[in-house]
Design a protein around this ligand. Sequence first.
Ligand SMILES: *[C@@H]1O[C@H](CO)[C@@H](O)[C@H](O)[C@H]1NC(C)=O
Ligand SMILES: *[C@@H]1O[C@H](CO)[C@@H](O)[C@H](O)[C@H]1NC(C)=O
Ligand SMILES: [Mn+2]
Length: 398
Amino acid sequence: MNYFPKNLLEMNGYKFFLFGCLFTSLTWSLSLYMYWKLNTRPHNYSHVQQFRKENTFEYVKKQKSKYFKNHMDKNDLNDLGIIKTEDDMAIRDKGYKDHGFNALVSLRLGNYRDALPDTRHKLCSTIKYDQNLPNASIIICFYNEHPQALFRTIQSVIRRTPNKLLHEVILINDFSDSENLHQVIDQYIKDEKLQGIVHLKKTNKREGLIRARLFGANLATGQVLIFLDSHVEVNTDWIQPLLTRVRDNRTHIIAPIIDIIQPDTFDYKSSPLVRGGFNWGLHFKWDSLPKGTLVTDTDFVKPIKTPTIAGGLFAVNREYFNEIGQYDSGMNIWGGENLELSFRVWMCGGSLYIEPCSRVGHVFRQHRPYSAPNHEDTMARNSLRLANVWMDNFKVRY
Ligand SMILES: *[C@@H]1O[C@H](CO)[C@@H](O)[C@H](O)[C@H]1NC(C)=O
Ligand SMILES: *[C@@H]1O[C@H](CO)[C@@H](O)[C@H](O)[C@H]1NC(C)=O
Ligand SMILES: [Mn+2]
């Protein structure tokens, strides 16, 4: 008779054990559910992405009036990222994956934003630029760019550049994946009646930034070439100082200060005055200016002599660019071309400058959303070419 209570005791033990299991799994399920609900990482929402195709214009039409009326006047970006529906979330998350920035904010910001802070030194706005400057072909290459980011680039150029100085804008679609994107941009150019000034071309295969730029440069007929990224916004009087410097000495290559557009909020922030350098790994880096460079107010508006340029944005006399042999067209996709051009300019008697009174905001993406087609390390390959061509006895250091 003495095993009956023992059995009961065991039964109770099992019950406790089972109850414990149930409780734990409930807690876990709840935590997982909450985690799923609150998680902001992009890849968890691939199924929601089916809600909406790449073309999000219907959406923007609906949202536009509301957001523009309520928020853009106040220049308040805080509300642009608010997620209200699953669609919002899908747009944001797909955007991070495809573009490396918050595409929902980019979408709501629309095709142009009027209110950018003037980040120049106060002396810049007192400078009177010559009316008689050479004119420019603006070359913008893109690959799978977010349409509104590209439209803001185009609109900011058109609205903030004096007509006389803007010879043309050449858009090079570097064989983007979707045919749809090309049509959307083509339609946009027609709708905005920009056919006379904006020319959209497409490469026949994926060429990469370097050969796509050469393709654009060879079509250009303006006196100065200005290369821009496809996710920038140019600021007040951005072009006059660049063109003035190129006019004053045709062998000078001039880059603007690259201001920071934050990839999550699209907040526009001023960049400090720095110059370009490189290390023996042939990676570009920013260096601070030598001590004593920036003392008086006028020091802040003088061009800064720089050994190298970052490469995304610069102005160059078109004939001079051709004379020095343009870029190295054997370089693939991305990387190293900025140093190669910098070295080429030194050896060919030119110089490179950064112009503090010219400001261009650039979206610093969280990651570069594409790789080379065959996953080649194009940066290393291009840098090897650079070392072999230009560095003679120094190449052993690379
Ligand atoms: C730009 O300059 C070229 C060469 O001087 C000239 O043919 C062209 O008409 C100019 N473009 C504009 C828009 O003034
Ligand atoms: C242009 O700049 C180069 C060096 O960058 C210099 O050697 C040349 O004398 C300058 N030319 C003029 C016309 O000032
Ligand atoms: Mn960029």
